[in-house]
Write a protein that binds this ligand. Structure first.
Ligand code: KG4
Ligand code: ZN
Length: 336
């Protein structure tokens, strides 16, 4: 067995996280310091505040991770860091810390694509999971269908033309007066609402189209709310949440299953912050069963941003000799 230790660093948005993995899949520590309460006051992430908080948090989080794992820096075999996509100032804090550690310890540095990290969270939740599979990555910044051919070969099947699924959740929540981040709030509220109460649109719903679009849906919700307000009709927020969520979930489930079938995959893997949505998980589970697909999704804590998923991705890159140079930089719009 492989007892090597990978240190992972994640700072792409509003979570400062450091993790230590033994081998490719055993989490010794996964410390996550979230800034959500700080950004809540502003209704969303304020990039400059995020950067400033990362620089304050990064060393205590590293220290705590080493303590939890009961190891010292000398025991670490490689350093993996998310270098994009994300907020540039936020990413730079993690990248800078990782480069310094790699240089001081004379250990290999690995630059990890944050989106690939989200997919790899599944290898931590399900240790027996192996590629190939179809992955649906749904986060605050991305909505993508990715054909994972093996540990180091991916092909993008389709992505969103405009807003990401999580972004749609957050924006709709915001206009409904719910706090940031909106996804968990809508998820909760929707449980008390009727998903068939309001007919919201499902964009790009034609067969063979693996692109997504959520900006029209967001506008439809906004128009509905404005209309009701103009007519002085009281809004049932739970119904709005449930109907909006149904639209998002239906389109995600439909396209993900189609993409898996079209590529002859037998497994469908869910990833990203929106994977924590209870309705999405439930409907995908059901659709996979009906279509003879095995369904996998990460545990809740591994769905949203964390460094364990970055370390896991980094481990498999190291196996393939995919290391970064000391000139590694943050790439805010890094693609898969
Ligand atoms: O992956 P993530 O932590 O950060 C990015 O890489 O973007 O995803 C955060 C997104 C936010 O938009 C948040 O509202 C959404 O995931 N989210 C959810 C739920 N939990 C988090 N969306 C819907 N239902 C949830 N339960
Ligand atoms: Zn993320």
């Amino acid at each position: 067995t492989d007892n090597s230790l990978t240190l992972g660093i994640e700072s792409s948005c509003d979570e400062t996280s450091v993790a230590i993995l033994r081998g490719g899949r055993e989490i010794l520590a996964n410390v996550i310091s979230t800034q959500i309460p700080i950004h809540q006051k502003f209704g969303g992430v304020v990039p400059e505040i995020a950067s400033r908080k990362h620089i304050v948090n990064i060393m205590p989080v590293l220290d705590e991770a080493l303590h939890k794992a009961n190891v010292t820096l000398k025991d670490i075999d490689r350093i993996a860091v998310a270098y994009g996509p994300g907020l540039v100032g936020a990413l730079l804090v993690g990248v800078s810390a990782a480069k310094t550690l790699a240089f001081a310890l004379d250990k290999p540095l690995i630059g990890v694509n944050h989106l690939e990290g989200h997919i790899f969270a599944n290898f931590l939740s399900t240790p027996e999971l192996q590629p190939p599979f179809m992955a649906l990555v749904v986060s605050g910044g991305h909505t993508s269908l990715v054909h994972v051919k093996d540990y180091n070969h991916f092909s993008l099947i389709g992505q969103t033309r405009d807003d990401a699924a999580g972004e749609a959740f957050d924006k709709v929540a915001r206009v409904m007066g719910l706090p940031y981040p909106g996804g968990p709030q809508i998820d909760k509220l929707a449980k008390e609402g009727n998903p068939d109460a309001i007919d919201f649109p499902m964009a790009l719903n034609e067969k063979g189209n693996y692109e997504f679009s959520f900006s029209g849906l967001k506008s439809a919700v906004l128009n509905y709310l404005n209309n009701m307000k103009a007519k002085h009709i009281e809004i049932n927020k739970a119904d709005v949440a449930a109907s909006f969520q149904k639209s998002v979930v239906n389109i995600l489930v439909h396209k993900a299953v189609e993409a898996a079938r079209q590529t002859n995959m037998t497994k469908l893997v869910l990833a990203g912050g929106v994977a924590a949505n209870s309705s999405l998980e439930g409907h995908l589970q059901k659709a996979c069963k009906e279509n003879g697909l095995e369904f996998y999704y990460p545990s809740k804590i591994l769905c949203t941003d964390n460094a364990a998923m970055i370390a896991c991705r980094g481990y498999y890159q190291a196996q393939a000799g995919d290391f970064a140079d000391s000139n590694l930089n943050a790439i805010p719009y890094l693609e898969l």
